[in-house]
Design a protein around this ligand. Sequence first.
Ligand SMILES: [Fe+2]
Ligand SMILES: [Fe+2]
Length: 272
Amino acid sequence: MMAHWTLDDIPWDRFDRAKVDPEILRIVKAASLVEQNGGDYARYLCGVFADDPLFKEAATRWGNEEIQHGQALGRWAALADPAFDHAAACARFSAGFRVDLDATASVRGSRARELVARCIVETGTSSYYTALADATDEPVLKAICKRIAADELRHYKLFLMHLERYLAVEGLGFWGRLRVALGRIRESEDDELAFAYHAANEVIGVYDRGRSNRAYARRAYSVYRKHHIERGIAMVLKAVGLTPNGRLNRVATNVSWWFMRQRIARLEREAA
Ligand SMILES: [Fe+2]
Ligand SMILES: [Fe+2]
């Protein structure tokens, strides 16, 4: 394991208020809640992998790193918006979105499937924070996102390593892996991120999943550039056992990029 950073390594004194983009601030607030929830996910993973001490140790360390991502982003959001109360927002989020802490089997159906899903999540976060680091001109947020992106890539490699171990045990084939991967990608449009956006930004009125999802997606998708998508697709292809950087990547990248641009244009027209 590489040496990990702490909150003290972040150059907080370089914070530049003039460079805070209010739209990015909204999605950073949402991300700070989802990351903070990593502790609950670690507990869930320790239940699923109850007789695997090697994995449990790694999952516990992983969960602590995710919590730290939440703390760094939350602290930055409070610098940018002193009215933002990270702890209170976390409490609002946890009250409405709960991970099954007492699970003894993966909600994905098996341990190998669970690990495929974890690889997809880390692919998503790794490309998202790389894109955010590139999109923001605010020096402190840039420094935080670069560190987080490096962690997420390391997390992806960690879960991929354990996936290879469990693939040998379970014999989960290509189609099984692909199905889990596509299912997990689709879920990114589910409740977790939309509700985090709602809870973090104190959206007035009751939670409207569709509206929050569109508001979140419009801002989050806008930070991506095509090369971020290309890299994410390479990681997904590798997780399902395909060549990461071949012709398939080029096709999938072009198709995904086109759909993403269409989606952003539609969301902008709707003023989501
Ligand atoms: Fe994270
Ligand atoms: Fe991660």
